[in-house]
Write a new protein. Structure first.
Length: 186
């Protein structure tokens, strides 16, 4: 009976093609949205990030803010505003958490684990709440991080002069305020 079982197991292994291994580190750091919908639903990619600001207590990041990778912390998980920690070339994405509060004390990313100053940004996909400072943006026009903190701007004339990194493109024609865009920072 054992020989029959082992023969069946060996045949299943050979016919089935072997063992499949999937990577899952068990964390929610980099997630794709689980839409539960049809194949026509767009994919959105979110990343867990840290906001290190301790000086402007109460001035949190909010949904729609365009953020850059923090070139002072340079740890790959810290984001900040364009006027604070680097250039607008280091576009990270758009804040999707309702708010990401300021840090209660100055720390490193490892020292901040579990504190209040963590939240999510979107790095890929359709987003309907991107803060745009100048417009109107034409559908399909590139959007870049503005030199004004928290905003994107249309990149037709500005990008040619400054060669800033693109945040994505305007999904629909829009004017200043919040607009729908397709984010492509990753």
């Amino acid at each position: 009976m054992k020989k029959l079982f082992y023969s069946f197991l060996l045949a299943s292994f050979l016919i089935g093609g072997g063992v499949a291994i999937a990577y899952n580190d068990g964390s929610a750091v980099n997630n794709k949205e689980a839409s539960g919908g049809s194949a026509a639903d767009p994919v959105r990619v979110y990343t867990l990030v840290r906001y290190p600001n301790t000086t402007d207590v109460g001035v949190a990041l909010s949904a729609g803010d365009v953020v850059i990778w923090d070139c002072v912390s340079d740890d790959g998980v810290t984001v900040n505003l364009v006027t604070v920690a680097g250039s607008s070339d280091a576009v990270a994405g758009v804040v999707v958490s309702s708010t990401i509060p300021t840090a209660d004390q100055a720390n490193t990313a490892a020292g901040d684990i579990g504190r209040r100053n963590w939240g999510y940004i979107q790095t890929y996909g359709v987003n309907s709440t991107v803060n745009i400072i100048s417009g109107p943006a034409v559908a399909g026009q590139s959007l870049i991080a503005s030199d004004t903190a928290r905003y994107a701007t249309s990149g037709v004339t500005v990008q040619a002069a400054t060669q800033k990194r693109t945040l994505g493109f305007a999904y629909d024609a829009s004017s200043s305020g919040q607009s729908e865009a397709f984010i492509m920072t990753r």
